[in-house]
Design a binder for this molecule. Sequence first.
Ligand code: NAD
Ligand code: LMR
Length: 325
Amino acid sequence: MIKPIKVTITGAAGHIGYALAFRVASGEMFGPDQPVILRLLEIPQALSSLNGVGMELEDCALPLLHDIVLTDDPGIGFRETDYAILIGAKARGKGMERKDLISDNAKIFSAQGKAINDHASGDVRVLVVGNPANTNALIAAANAPDLENKQFTAMTRLDHNRALGQLANKTNKLVADITRMTIWGNHSMTQYPDISNCRIGGASALELVTRDWAIDHFIPRIQRRGGEIIEARGLSSAASAADAVVDHVRDWALGTPDGDWVSMSVRSDGSYGVSEDVVFSFPVTCKAGEYEIVQGLELDDLSQARLKASEKELLEERAIIQELL
Ligand code: NAD
Ligand code: LMR
């Protein structure tokens, strides 16, 4: 029998967690033959709701779901886990920026970094979703001294997918025809969605759209999309966020397609001149649980200025939570 993969989801009774747990348990993350054990971690006040999620998972009779653990104890939630998906945190409301959440959320990630260090598998892979995701990933990694920075990532896959969707709409092509999209920087208004390397069915994206459309419409639309969803729903994105979690972890674990890459926020190694002190979104290729930053892409002056602006914002966020590192 194939050994089950243990997956911890924090905030599993919340909007994203509820949309995610069933997809992981049905095999969308690790494939149709790979059993999973779900460890769902919540705060004590949400345990009743979490029990309901557990009952619904049982009622699906999913053949790949070998066990479900429901807990408010991080020591149990992260025990020997292979993948830790850190969603549990406050979400922003209308009129807020994601960095306004730092004071409420940062401490969650120092505590969970320690718990992952002490209880998870030594080979654990961590994805931080709770905002501000990049800085929270920095905090979690810093509090897990026995683990390597490369085991901690933050999610910019939702921005990447949003960018694919908008570009497909504009060019009247299929998302599946587009490769080499890149989101650079922070999961925030300073992110840089970059189509300059995109290929669409054999052509360069820049042959199919104008530079003015990219600068005046596409980039700000992706930067503001989270806020646009909050305006419309009164709540932040949930199903699309869960979908991006599935994509991020699946590609990290199983690999990216040949000739393409994805966007992941990872600890900078100095590539493209980005400070090594931040978790920054880069184009990456993945294979068997390891990622590599794509090297050698050309960045014009405007692009470099955009990367610098996002780096500056991340360094400012870092200064605010310095005592947690
Ligand atoms: P939600 O309020 O619906 O759910 C959050 C859940 O987390 C709640 O059930 C809460 O009880 C739980 N929680 C809080 N503190 C916890 C802790 N210490 N341990 C375990 N669980 C805890 O929120 P949501 O819509 O699911 O969003 C969750 C987070 O994800 C927010 O910070 C949101 O901004 C962020 N988010 C990020 C992205 C991204 O692309 N990176 C996308 C969407 C949302
Ligand atoms: C998103 O991009 O949808 C999330 O980060 C939620 C938010 O606050 O915008």
